[in-house]
Design a protein around this ligand. Sequence first.
Ligand code: ZN
Ligand code: ZN
Length: 471
Amino acid sequence: MSHLVGGVDLDHALPRRGRARSRSFGTGSNRIDSSRTEHGLIASRSRLGSSSPASASATRRASRCARITTAPSTRSRRLSRRCPKRADDRAGPRECSGAPRPDGRLSAGAPTPLSFTHREGGGALRAVLFEDVGKISFGDYPEPTLLDPGDAIIKITTAAICGSDLHLIHGRVPGMRPGSVMGHEFVGEIVDAGSDVTKFMVGDRVVGSFLIVCGRCWFCRRGEFNNCDQMWILGYGMFVGDLDGSQAEYVRIPVADWNLHAVDPALSDEQAVFAGDILTTGAYIADRARIAEGDVVAITGAGPVGLFTLMAVLTYTPSVVYTVDMAEDRLKLAESIGATPVDASKVNPVVEIQRRTDDRGADVVIECVGNPAAFTTAINVARAGGTVAVIGVYTEMSYDLPLGEVWRRGLTIEMGGSCNVQGHWSRVLEHVKEGRIDPTVIISHTLPLEDALHGYDMFEKREAMKVVLKT
Ligand SMILES: [Zn+2]
Ligand SMILES: [Zn+2]
């Protein structure tokens, strides 16, 4: 089924620059737009040098073919030793599966071609598919299979739609392959795993990370997973791994040991699903902001990331948290979680927060919107000697920073970059298990997977705060 988001062909309705800015509202330093809130999913061309999408794809195809057609590499010989049942298999690691399927069969027999195949007897698998800028569909896709011994195949039980998914549809993030599967937030059950997967077994219930790291590079070894040399992103296009996403029945996760986290049986899917993305994004930036007990904290933006940041900030027991936004319903939700709302459509948030703090301003400001006007507001809301931590995503090439004023007031500016999911999700899941954070309060709609396009429609029109999809 073909689908135009919001009933509008976004590719033609607005020029690209207009699309990127069309959802902002307010003026000048008061402009706060929580719809731009996200967690850092901007594809980086710099990691690919000057390679074009076509050449990157060709290189990837060539390397895969080489793995199959040449003599076994050191790696594949090592795999053969590890898997006696496949010791006579000269085709390399793709065919080596260390774990049986639920039916007891191994995942592969004789060497198979690279192309995907449909699950035996299972019929077509269904997923949300990217077609073009402004166009997604719900349709069939090939069954994912193990391509590397570090892979796992997950049967999705719960997925979610993220604000970053809209950036692909809007064309703000390039590189999505037509026909590839959308989505990067999910909980599911492992149904197959390669021989290098040591932390999990078939049948384990897991939450997945949007950030797909290598687990081996210098940054990963230091725990700075968000700076991984590989830094793939699930369901986010050919510049970041060209991986099919998780708004589907099944998904393949590379380097499963690092990119999946076990889900405690006491937690529901809905409690765990955001730990691989926006909930941990909130916890990550709250950690980077170094909040002290009793601090005055201000958060710009009451979208999903702003609200999850609020939940994480509250675990540091600040004296007050001001949430700045212009949407009344979002401010009400923030207030119900524990914030003091500041409606930027009615008051100047800088003046208002200074008025409430004896003209000092906030000790810590966390910017969750991602546009220059919101950043300016954040700088002006912070007190002298305060900290401005930024998790909103910026694509602007430059910004006219009031350097002298920032220096004079001794501000610390903490740029969060992409969320370090793997470095923080255990702590986040513990908060949820202990009842300190309830991420389910932002779920506005729960739909069957086949109604995902309706969910996208509502999300695009801001009729839904967060949409969860059940398979
Ligand atoms: Zn996301
Ligand atoms: Zn790495």
